[in-house]
Design a protein around this ligand. Structure first.
Ligand code: PMP
Length: 441
């Protein structure tokens, strides 16, 4: 569909998120269509999607099975409350999620986004301890450079300065582990870096500082995406799991990006062989087509809330659209697509090719680090002194002109293509990026 209104003034009403609005509106980049691996721009150009939208369209774009399931559900049962009422699609989807979740994860709570999944998980963690008679456990521990969405809990445990600093005092009682990005030791590592497992020991210091009986949960992205694709050093997640267990602290994995196949297993928990108590998910759950998130928990977390007279036991938390039928139908069709097409296995099979293609950029102008895991990768550029983030953003603009969509955070270029990607697309993506970098100031 073409945009009828074309003057910059017509673009003013939509206050765009995480976008330099004034700059964008002078030279807007508009997508008007999408199919499989490509977007179509308003000018009719094809742009290869190197980012699966925002790390979410894992099955590629405009998949008929998903669109048809949505249309069917919207015509049959458009909306039903999930408070004191049910409908089959939400239950069906929960079972399908549990089928692919790590052993021991048994319950699903629906949200509408990654941010809401994070808020839900933090509340579940605090409520869990309270329900077990340990109401003093309210402190939360996040990590520097962590991204957990944009709501107050998420930015409090998150560690991205720009996302926090405008917004006041945030949640009280939050500490941050150090981030795990050690470029001096780990630059250009293929896959998980060797150095940095010791950084998990910081958790012992924080526990000693406050007392374990004040701490509810630790939340980390098993692999951080939005902050620039930062991988867990070998042994790091295992240590976090051991220390949290030892002190009765819940471990939350924020799998909003890593969930639903990005690393080649259904979840990063399986990929890394470390199972948390709670996982937050969204994005790939519905292929990004309909907003939906899911918090996945162990029976132990769920059962802690299930004490007392039966008619009074409820979780005092939920959203109008929790388990929305149309979103649930999209989720079922999406998980079926992943399974029928073996897309998680495909991601695992393509990962070595992806790794070698990415690392072939070593030695290209401006490149100071390359990181990869599954079908995700990052190329870090030397910043221009005095204007951080400009070089990568220029690369993004040039790449878009040359027909590939990449994403940048600071001076890091991140890529996370749909899992249906072909080797020829990988060659195009990396080849074009090299051309861009070669001609960049
Ligand atoms: N957590 C993580 C790890 C994420 O990567 C994101 C989104 N990039 C979020 C939470 C927030 O998700 P949403 O934008 O759907 O609120």
């Amino acid at each position: 569909m073409a945009l009828d209104r074309k003057t910059p003034n017509d673009l003013n009403a939509f206050w765009m998120p995480f976008t330099a609005n004034r700059q964008f509106k002078k030279a807007p980049r508009m997508f008007v269509g999408a199919k499989d691996m490509h977007y179509t721009t308003a000018e009719g150009r094809q742009v290869l999607d190197g980012t699966a939208g925002l790390w979410c369209c894992n099955a590629g774009h405009c998949r008929p099975k998903i669109s048809e399931a949505i249309a069917r559900q919207a015509a049959e049962l458009d909306y039903a409350p999930a408070f004191q009422m049910g409908h089959p699609a939400a239950f069906e989807l929960a079972n399908r999620i549990i089928e692919i979740a790590p052993e021991g994860m048994e319950h699903v709570f629906y949200t509408n986004s990654g941010s809401e999944s994070v808020e839900t998980a933090l509340k579940l963690a605090i409520g869990y301890h309270r329900a077990r008679g340990e109401g003093s456990r309210t402190r939360l521990i996040g990590r520097e450079r962590g991204y957990h969405g944009v709501n107050f809990g998420g930015i409090s445990v998150g560690g991205i300065v720009t996302n926090r600093k405008m917004f006041g005092t945030l949640l009280a009682g939050v500490d941050h582990l150090p981030h795990t990005h050690l470029p001096a030791q780990n630059a250009f590592t293929k896959g998980q870096p060797e150095h940095g497992a010791h950084l998990a020991d910081e958790l012992e210091r924080i526990v000693a500082l406050h007392g374990a009986d004040t701490i509810a949960a630790v939340i980390v992205e098993p692999m951080s995406g939005s902050t620039g694709v930062l991988l867990p050093p070998k042994g790091y997640l295992e240590k976090l799991r051991a220390i949290t267990k030892k002190h009765g602290i819940l471990l939350i994995f924020d799998e909003v990006i890593t969930g639903y196949g990005r690393l080649g297993a259904p979840f990063a928990a399986q990929h890394y062989g470390v199972t948390p108590d709670i996982m937050t998910t969204a994005k790939g759950l519905t292929n990004g087509v309909i907003p939906m998130g899911a918090v996945i928990t162990t029976a132990e977390v769920h059962d802690a809330f299930m004490q007392g007279p039966e008619h009074m036991i409820e979780l005092f938390h939920g959203y109008t659209y929790s388990g929305n039928p149309v979103a649930a139908a999209a989720g079922i069709a999406t998980l079926e697509t992943y399974k029928e097409e073996g897309l998680f296995e495909r991601a695992a099979e393509l990962a070595p090719y992806w790794q070698e293609a990415l690392h072939s950029l070593k030695g290209t102008r401006h490149v100071i680090d390359i990181r990869n895991e599954g079908l995700i990768g990052a190329v870090e550029l030397e910043p221009i002194a005095g204007t951080p983030a400009k070089r990568a953003f220029d690369a993004f603009l040039k790449a878009y002109e040359k027909g590939i969509l990449i994403r940048t955070t600071g001076d890091i270029i991140a890529m996370s293509p749909p899992l249906i990607i072909e080797k020829a697309h990988i060659d195009q993506l990396i080849g074009t990026l090299k051309e861009v970098l070669d001609t960049l100031e």
